[in-house]
Every structure is written in C-alpha cells, then in structure tokens.
Write a protein that binds this ligand. Structure first.
Ligand code: NA7
Length: 541
C-alpha cells in the first residue's frame, strides 16, 4: 500500500481511486478499477461487505429482482460457481453471495471496514481529492467514486415519545445482527412499503399480536417466489447471455419488458386477460411487462389500479379492512412491493390494521402507540419507515469541489448532475447510483455494473489521451438536469404521490425528482453515446 508523507505531520495514503462503500456497487467498482490497473481502495462504514444487504436483516428481507439477474456478469466463472437457491433470494443468501465475491476476487484486502468518511475535499493545487475518515485518517486519490447507496440512511418517523417506550424498538434498515425474538410478543409495525410488507407477511403467524400502522396503502403484487431446482439452474447458466441482454434492453433492468401496445388499443376483455396473465407471473411482470403507456396514461393506469383493487377485495375477507388497504394513487408512482401472502395476513385473528389517515399516531407512550382513537399496548415497535433516499448518504459527507463549494449546498434546490454520474465543479468525482441516475429505478446490479463500466471506460480514455482531470460542463449538467425533470414530468411519477423517488422529506417541502424515469435502456444509450462522441459534455485537462 503506497504511503507518502505530506507537508503536515499526518501520514497520508495515496491511491489512484478511492471508493466510498463496499456494497454491491462498491465491490463492482473495486474489481473493475483494479482490473484496469489502478491502485484502488475502499472505505466502508460497516464491519463487513454487503451494503444494504449487510444492514437489512429484518425477517423476510429478500430480493425483488430474480436472483439470477441480480448478480455480477463480469466473470463467467463466478456465474458458473454460484447456485441460487430461490427465484428471489433471501437476505442471508444475498449476503453470502457478496461475501463469496469479495473472497473469490480477493477484494477484502483493499477495504477498510468500520471506517466512515466524514469529508472529501478537491485540491486544486495537485488535482487530487483529500478524504478524511471519522478516525482522522487521510487518504489522497485522483478519482473519488461514491458507492454509498441510494437506500442507506434509515429514517425513523418523527413521532414524539420514542424515548419513553419501555419495550424494544427497531428500524428495518438497521436490524440487530443478534436477531430479535418476536414470537409470542405484541408487535406494532409502522410503514407498509416494500420492507414493511416483507416483515408483516413473515412474522404474522409467529407473534402474539401484530398491529400494522398504515399511512398510505400501496399496490402489492404477488412475487411468486419458489425454490430453483438443478434443471432450472442449468437452464439459467446456459442462458446468462440471453438473460443479461434482455435486462439490458428493458426499461428497468429486469427480465420484464413493456408490451408495445397501448392499453387503450385493446378491448376490455383483452386488457383484463393481459392483466390477469401478468398478475400470475413472478416478479415485476405486472409493473414492467404491462402496456407501454401504463406509467404515462392516467386512464390505462387506472384500469390497472382497478384490477389490483379487485384482487385485494377478493383476498381480504373483512370488507372494512379491505377498504383500508385500497390505494388511491396511480399504480407504480410509489415503489411497488412484491408480496407472498401479504393480503391474507389480514384474515388472521391476531392481526389488526390501523389506518393512520383516519386515526393518526399522537405519540409513543411507555406502553405502546397512541393514536387519536386508541392506545395499542406493544412489546416491540418496528419502524419500516424507509430512508433518506438517494442523496441522504452523500449529504452525510462534507464533499467540497472547486472553490470549496459544498455538494449539499449546490443541491439545496434539488440535485444537478450530468448523467447522474458527475457534477460540474467536482472534478474526478463519480457518483455511482447517484441522483438522476437510472440505477435507483432499476435492478440495482444491472445498472450499477453499467455505471462502473462507464466510469472505467472514461478513466481509460483519459489515460490514453494523457488527461488527469475530468469534469462535467455546466451546460451538460443543466441539459441533463432539465431532461431528468422533463422526463419525470411526462410520466405519472410526477403526480403528488409521496414516494422516495422524490426529494420532499416533509409534507409541504419543494419536490425534486431523484431518479431518472426515462428508462435504464435509454440511460445506457445516452451514456454510450457520450463516450462514443468522446465525452462532449465533459472537460478534460
Ligand atoms: P419506503 O418505501 O420509503 O416505505 C416507508 C413506509 O413507511 C411507507 O409506508 C411510509 O408511508 C411509512 N412511513 C414513513 N414515515 C411514516 C410516519 N411518520 N408515520 C407513518 N408511516 C410512515 O421504505 P421501505 O424500506 O419499505 O422500502 C425502501 C426500498 O427498499 C424499496 O423501495 C425497495 O427498493 C427496497 P407513506 O407511504 O409515506 O405514507
């Protein structure tokens, strides 16, 4: 490991590239940048690799992507020697996979664990970044690559009284590694997004009582998970090339692709038949295999909503509970949870649904949760209340570019980026799966691999041309930011639905889109085009 002395007394380590984060994206970047001959290092807050898969150990945590699509494609040997057990792998299997990757490619030796980064400053005098860790260690690098994850900063709800609660309280995104005994306990869960749904359907049968505190009902679609047998695994291995090609050409990096027909050009009967066929399929078929205008045409979207509301009414026996579970926002404008028996949970005698829109939570008490209509005595409160998404993990680091400009300040009125990968005024900084990048609305591995390949190719281009500094131009950044906003505005995402796709953290705050809604396939083409034309949106020196 190269170490050099600086003009201060502190020893500073030097690398060509420093990666912040050793989750799915960070490991990929480490592998790839080392492969192109850079000296590369990673800093990770957690004691081990895995990112979200390290932290999110709550009961029922699992992929929403088909396992065999949420894996790296960079090594044929790796594809051959890993045997996915389930169509949608559970968290322990995913984490085992990531550990296997770290070991197989000898990546751990490049990672400092339990090393949160507090600041990163661009030094104009020598064109490097000076990164400082919480422990005061300094690292200098030419390229700084953030792989801090779009869903890394857990958010507890702002409800009074947590400190008074006499029982146990956990957030799904920071689930204790020792595990939590829930059997026989009175459990309350706040939040019914993808994490909440997974927890609820998994623990309902084990706990004494489960009270679900729901603010906004969501459309959940059946995951249809199951074990993969050896025959299926063989098939998958033979077809990896085809599978990855399908993902590459699809809107969101999954094996599902939109039906090219409009939902308006078919008869009512055909439409219902299509919805039913999609609903019977595993995974996100109903979302990303639906009619092409599902996310743009409110009428088509409402047809899909009606179909899904009908399914909920069929599955939940008590009509009053079913009514509370019926969403009224456009389908897909909040992240769609995949479920395995979620709605049937509400047919159990030990489960109660509390609609917070009718009776909001007033406070947490020493004995449980108090709403405007009742006290719910609880032993455990689970917060499945989501994350400070996409920009939250970057905002935790004091990142300063040219002229000591702070990234958080620059993004105060919403993110501004070029391709969601670079920011004007921040040379040699690459933001994997950052805001405005397709990776947050995508099968994460497929899209972060694309991000990493693009960054590696850009660095190779610089090396070939003799450049050491790249920075997005202000014009390219303005164009991309405008495009990201316009594209979101053309979809139903831009309704007033609250979701982590947008930046409003509190009701009433200004909203800024955080994801690229134009599709992962379009995003890839834009990135490829940029590289093919020798990066016209970037300045090199
Ligand atoms: P999400 O999708 O952000 O869901 C958070 C849930 O928590 C959602 O139902 C929220 O209701 C609810 N929430 C948040 N704050 C509160 C308060 N104060 N009171 C009541 N309910 C609240 O996070 P997840 O962890 O489920 O999923 C994140 C991603 O992980 C997911 O998209 C996948 O990519 C994997 P709301 O809808 O805001 O009314």
């Amino acid at each position: 490991m190269p170490v050099s002395a600086t003009n201060t007394a502190t020893a500073v380590e030097d690398f060509d590239a420093l990666i912040i984060g050793a989750g799915m994206a960070g490991l990929c970047a480490l592998y790839r940048l080392r492969q192109i001959g850079l000296s590369v290092h990673a800093l990770e807050t957690a004691p081990d690799v895995g990112g979200v898969w390290y932290w999110n150990r709550y009961p029922g945590a699992r992929f929403d992507s088909e396992s065999y699509t949420y894996c790296y494609s960079f090594s044929r040997d790796l594809l051959d020697d890993w045997n996915w057990q389930e169509r949608f792998a559970a968290q322990p299997e995913v984490l085992a996979y990531l550990n296997h990757v770290a070991d197989r490619f000898d990546l751990r030796r490049h990672i400092d664990f339990e090393t949160p980064v507090v600041s990163a400053r661009y030094r104009q005098q020598d064109g490097t970044w000076l990164v400082e860790t919480e422990a005061g260690k300094q690292i200098r690098c030419r390229f700084l690559v953030t792989a801090t994850g779009p869903l890394a900063v857990s958010r507890f709800p702002e409800i009074e009284g947590f400190e008074d609660f006499g029982g146990e309280c956990y957030h799904t995104g920071r689930w204790p590694h020792r595990g939590v005994v829930l059997a026989g306990k009175r459990v309350g869960i706040i939040g019914t997004g993808a994490s909440g749904v997974q927890v609820i359907q998994t623990i309902a049968a084990d706990v004494d009582r489960l009270t679900v505190f729901q603010r906004t009902p969501t459309y959940c679609i059946p995951q249809r998970n199951g074990p993969l047998d050896e025959g299926e695994r063989e098939d998958i291995r033979r077809n990896y090339g085809h599978i990855f090609a399908r993902c590459r050409d699809s809107f969101a990096g999954f094996i599902h692709s939109f039906d090219p027909r409009s939902g308006l050009e078919v008869s009512e009967q055909e439409r219902q038949a299509k919805f039913e066929e999609l609903w019977q399929q595993p995974g996100f078929a109903f979302w990303f295999g639906n009619f092409i205008d599902l996310m743009m045409d409110p009428t088509v979207n409402e047809y899909a909503c009606e179909f899904l509301r009908g399914k909920i009414m069929e599955r939940v026996r008590d009509p009053e509970t079913a009514r509370k579970l019926l969403p009224d926002h456009p389908f897909g404008t909040k992240r769609v949870p995949l479920e395995n028996g979620y709605y049937e949970v509400y047919n159990r005698d030990n489960v109660e649904l509390v609609d917070l829109r009718e009776t909001p939570i007033q406070r947490i008490t020493s004995g449980g949760i108090r709403t405007t209509s009742a006290d719910y005595p609880l032993d455990v409160i689970i917060c499945a209340t989501g994350f400070d998404a996409v920009t939250g993990s970057l905002a935790k680091i004091d990142i300063r570019g040219l002229g000591d400009q702070s990234l958080s300040d620059k993004w105060r009125q919403g993110p501004k980026t070029c391709l969601g990968l670079q920011v004007a005024g921040f040379p040699n900084l690459f933001t994997l799966a950052g805001p405005h990048n397709a990776a947050s609305l995508c099968n994460a591995v497929r899209c972060t691999e694309q991000n990493v390949d693009w960054v590696a190719d850009c660095i190779l281009y610089m090396r070939n041309q003799g450049y050491t500094r790249v920075v997005a131009t202000a014009e390219a950044e303005a164009d991309w930011t405008q495009h990201v906003n316009e594209v979101a505005g053309m979809t139903l995402l831009d309704t007033m639905t609250e979701s982590w796709f947008y930046s409003a953290k509190q009701p009433g705050q200004e909203r800024h889109v955080l994801v690229y809604a134009g599709g992962a396939n379009t995003f890839r083409k834009r990135c490829d085009e940029e590289a093919r034309r020798s990066y016209p949106g970037f300045e090199f020196s």
